[in-house]
Design a protein around this ligand. Structure first.
Ligand SMILES: Cc1cn([C@H]2C[C@H](O)[C@@H](COP(=O)(O)OP(=O)(O)OP(=O)(O)O)O2)c(=O)[nH]c1=O
Length: 192
């Protein structure tokens, strides 16, 4: 039995390491991340996590772990911005409001699949032009859903969250540990 992390995200690898889990292999899946017409954020996020887990080439006894993080502003899905202009538009839309960050985690072993979503409410303050421009110049928005990373400079813009901090960063570790255990992968809370 091997543990395969199906993710190109360095954050997910680090968050797994935080709970003492080290994958045997990292095989990022390549799937189409475009939302379907009219698709809502939560079903979208669950669908992507599932599709990622199914796209990883693994043996029948291997445990595959994948996740997807989606920022939802009401019914709107904010994915990874394609450029700085789109990141700016996302941050302006998020400023002064509450939004949700959904992370869906999928664990697969052979034909069996365990799926779980974790939704966290996040409040972002309204950014001044100086803050917005400094953040865009930092480049930290790149590759991040919603165009920000709470674990970096944007932490200064987030006065409040309700839910899972690790879920916002990309992998809710408590729920992930439970899913891995359900699939038969031993997680010992740091004693692995
Ligand atoms: C909101 C938020 C997102 N993110 C990141 C987590 C995810 O890596 C990314 C959302 O993109 P995802 O599509 O979930 O993941 P990914 O493309 O980085 O990696 P893979 O599909 O191979 O697993 O946004 C943060 O790091 N901090 C945050 O505060």
């Amino acid at each position: 039995m091997r543990l395969i992390l199906g993710s190109a995200s360095p954050r997910r690898k680090e968050l797994l390491a935080q709970i003492g889990v080290v994958p045997d292999a990292i095989l990022p899946p390549d799937i189409d991340e475009d939302p379907q017409r009219g698709e809502l954020p939560r079903p979208y996020c669950l669908r992507l996590a599932r599709e990622k887990a199914l796209a990883v080439d693994a043996g029948p006894d291997d445990v595959v772990l994948c996740a997807d993080t989606t920022v939802a502003l009401g019914r709107r899905i904010l994915g990874k911005p394609r450029n700085a202009g789109e990141a700016a538009a996302f941050l302006v839309a998020l400023g002064g409001r509450r939004h949700s960050v959904i992370t869906a985690v999928a664990v697969r072993r052979g034909e069996r699949l365990w799926l779980r979503e974790v939704v966290t409410a996040v409040k972002m303050k309204r950014l001044s032009d100086v803050e917005l421009n400094a953040y865009l110049s930092s480049g930290e928005w790149q590759g991040k859903a919603g165009g920000y990373a709470i674990q970096g400079l944007a932490g200064a813009f987030v006065p409040w969250i309700s839910g899972s901090f690790t879920g916002v960063v990309g992998l809710p570790v408590a729920e992930t540990a439970a899913l891995l255990a359900a699939a038969g992968w031993p997680v010992h809370g740091g004693c692995a």
